[in-house]
Design a protein around this ligand. Structure first.
Ligand code: GDP
Ligand code: MG
Length: 664
């Protein structure tokens, strides 16, 4: 079956360029309106069954110029199978005016937004899915005729549509106008049903040249005058206004203009969001932040706190111990308070300086306007994996702590993108996972410098893979929302705001130490100090008789396929669910007496150690983060799905690593 595709659009929108590239002909392309006065025809390269007609450029189907007459007569009298409506993407409003009319012809329409290269250069974006939705589900594509991008897909869609046209709704006007059109429609004599709306509108507009197209134009003057009185406007203007109100709403919903800030911001952006430099610059910025907050100054302060304040010889435990001893407290209770509570909570509080510095930087970057640029730069990539550019910020914040990271996903409007962000954010190692990474890389990799970057890379891969997998499922297949974060002008943040923002996050971290971790420290202490010894239940110094060890043994079979089935490792994993810091501290407690490094290299092989690390990095996060997931999802099923998915993913990854790694 042969198919005729007509290219229709405003003058100078690129129709002839498209025609030439589709047919291989070399019609004259001129950068001024009105070059193609007559319709030209050609054959699609590679498919002789498809004929392409290049119509002269027109602004409207209410003809005022010879070109418009040619185009309109052709479209009505010998309608093509499908119209490829070319829109100049740099001038959407004006071009859509014709689109609203072409859609009325009753011929299937595929829309091509041309000049995509210029749109991209401007930094603007178009949400094609929403665009299509606004146009009653008609396919919409972006293309650059100049570069030859995107045309093939549009033509294929047009051919497909021509072969099996589906009835699609027209664009509806407001209720009173629609009512008038229905009445006029009923008066129109025998013309194909599909064209009736077009003629009804033309009659309503009192189109003067209508008699060239149909005979016996019905007299609808009564209906028209009635509505003209009601809307206090002449009928032609009424339709024009209706069309523009449709166009305005489409542009508002689908065309995302980059906010152009002041001149200085533009200059800064020319560098920071430069196509080639943007990502390297970002990498350097992040490196500096991490170097200062996690590695150098932050680590120094944290070590200081660990050593002098909360560590076993620090002044807090020493003071509390001597006080408790002084008032004759039972030795077990002292152990609970000092080893359990102060040890557990203190180990988490010692991260506070690192997190404070990290969040000061983050707050600065967010407030000054840089973070929104980063999200903007990353949007294209993230969109491919079902996330949004804004997912980047939760992930970055998640490197500090998953809880504020998950909370930061709030700025993502689209449900599907937000849920996917919440599910994947904690794949990136948070600061609480760093001790574990440091410990294992120290024992098995000789403390190689690339261990931590590797962990971030693994987390990043987990996000990408999950995005690719989950996006294919029905759960996440919804529409995407365009990137509508404003790109504000750069400004120097007020110190007060930076500190407030930092403190918001740090205080929630501290709160976590005072609640969840406090409680879990008590529970872990109890479970590891209570047990069955000599046939009696009670306090025991023998860890292997403790309740915790029984729990570990009961569940350790789960981890045998991953290469680490000892009860101590199982307990470490479980305690990691309370707080990731616990993984290291639990191992330290459970292999007590022995040198931890020696104990680990005795129980793990390098492969099983890697498997253990991967599982702990990727599995369900700590309870605080799980609670944050529940809060942000505000849905039990989604929360359960998130946690189950993370754990299953971690299990599969560790399983593969252990079993493939063991082959070598
Ligand atoms: P027509 O009047 O609709 O037939 O438009 P033409 O095909 O003659 O193109 C008008 C001008 O727009 C020419 O200068 C083309 O080179 C230019 N043009 C067409 N398509 C594109 C495009 O995708 N990107 C850019 N930057 N220019 C284009
Ligand atoms: Mg032309």
């Amino acid at each position: 079956m042969s198919v005729t595709i007509a290219l229709a659009g405003n003058p100078n929108c690129g129709k002839t360029t498209i025609f030439n590239s589709l047919t291989g002909s070399d019609q004259y392309v001129g950068n001024w309106p009105g070059v193609t006065v007559e319709k030209k025809e050609g054959i699609l390269i590679g498919n002789p069954d498809v004929r392409i007609a290049d119509l002269p450029g027109i602004y409207s189907l209410s003809p005022y110029t010879p070109e418009e007459v040619v185009a309109r007569n052709y479209l009505i009298n010998s309608p093509p199978d499908v119209i490829l409506n070319i829109i100049d993407g740099t001038n959407i409003e004006r071009n859509l005016y014709l689109t609203t009319q072409i859609i009325e012809l009753g011929v299937p329409v595929v829309i091509v937004i041309n000049m995509a290269d210029v749109i991209e250069k401007r930094g603007d974006k178009i949400d094609l899915e929403k665009f299509s939705e606004c146009l009653g589900g008609r396919p919409v594509f972006e293309a650059s005729a100049l570069k030859g991008d995107g045309l093939k897909r549009a033509v294929n869609a047009a051919v497909k549509l021509a072969k099996c046209p589906a009835p699609i709704d027209p664009l509806r006007f407001s209720a009173p106008v629609e009512q008038a059109l229905i009445e006029i429609r009923q008066m129109i004599p025998d013309i194909p049903n599909a064209q009736k709306r077009f003629f009804a509108i033309k009659i309503f507009e009192r189109d003067e040249r209508l008699s060239e197209l149909i005979d016996n134009i019905p007299d609808a003057d009564g209906i028209i005058k009635n509505i003209e009185r009601k809307l206090k406007d002449d009928s032609e203007s009424i339709i024009t206004t209706e069309r523009y109100s449709i166009i305005t709403s489409i542009v508002k919903k689908c065309y995302i203009k980059r906010i152009i800030g002041d001149a200085l911001s533009e200059k800064i952006d020319a560098v920071l969001t430069n196509r080639f430099a943007a990502i390297p610059i970002f990498a350097v910025v992040m490196f500096i932040i991490y170097y200062v907050s996690v590695t150098s100054i932050g680590a120094m302060l944290s070590d200081y706190i660990e050593e002098y304040i909360f560590g076993s010889d620090g002044f807090v435990p020493v003071l509390v111990k001597s006080f408790l001893n002084g008032i004759g407290t039972h030795e077990k209770l002292i152990s609970l308070i000092v080893d359990g509570i102060i040890g557990g909570v203190g180990s988490v509080l010692s991260f506070v300086p690192q997190i404070m510095i990290l969040f000061i930087f983050m707050a600065f970057l967010e407030d000054c306007g840089y973070m929104s640029r980063v999200a903007f730069i990353m949007d294209g990539f993230f969109r491919k994996i079902g996330l949004s550019g804004k997912s980047f910020i939760p992930i970055v914040i998640g490197t500090g702590c998953g809880v504020p990271g998950i909370m930061a996903s709030r700025t993502i409007e689209n449900h599907s993108e937000r849920r996917l962000t919440i599910i994947t954010t904690t794949f990136i190692p948070c600061s609480a996972k760093l001790p574990m990474i440091a410990l294992f890389s120290g024992v098995f990799l000789g403390g190689a410098w690339w261990a931590a970057p590797l962990a971030y890379l693994i987390g990043g891969c987990a996000i990408v893979i999950s995005g690719i997998i989950l996006k294919r499922t029905k759960l996440f297949s919804g529409d995407s929302t365009p990137f509508i974060m404003e790109l504000p002008p750069y400004h120097l943040p007020m110190p007060k705001n930076v500190f407030k923002s930092m403190w918001n996050r740090v205080s929630s971290f501290i709160k976590k130490a005072g609640t969840v971790i406090l409680l879990s420290a008590i529970v872990i202490w109890l479970l590891s100090n209570l047990g069955f010894a000599d046939g009696k239940f009670g306090f025991t110094d023998d860890f292997s008789a403790s309740i915790l060890s029984y729990i570990g043994r009961g569940l350790s079979w789960l981890f045998i396929p991953l290469g680490f089935g000892g009860w101590q490792q199982t307990v470490a994993v479980l305690s990691g669910l309370i707080a990731k810091e616990n993984v290291v501290s639990t191992l330290a407690v459970l292999y007590h007496g022995a040198d931890l490094s020696a104990a680990l290299s005795g129980t793990f092989t390098p492969v099983s150690a890697f498997s253990f690390l991967i599982f702990n990095l990727l599995c369900a996060p700590c309870v605080a983060a799980m609670a944050a997931i529940a809060r942000e999802m505000s849905d039990k099923k989604w929360t359960a799905f998130a946690i189950a998915y993370q754990t299953a993913f971690a299990y599969a990854a560790a399983f593969l690593i252990y079993n493939i790694g063991s082959l070598f």
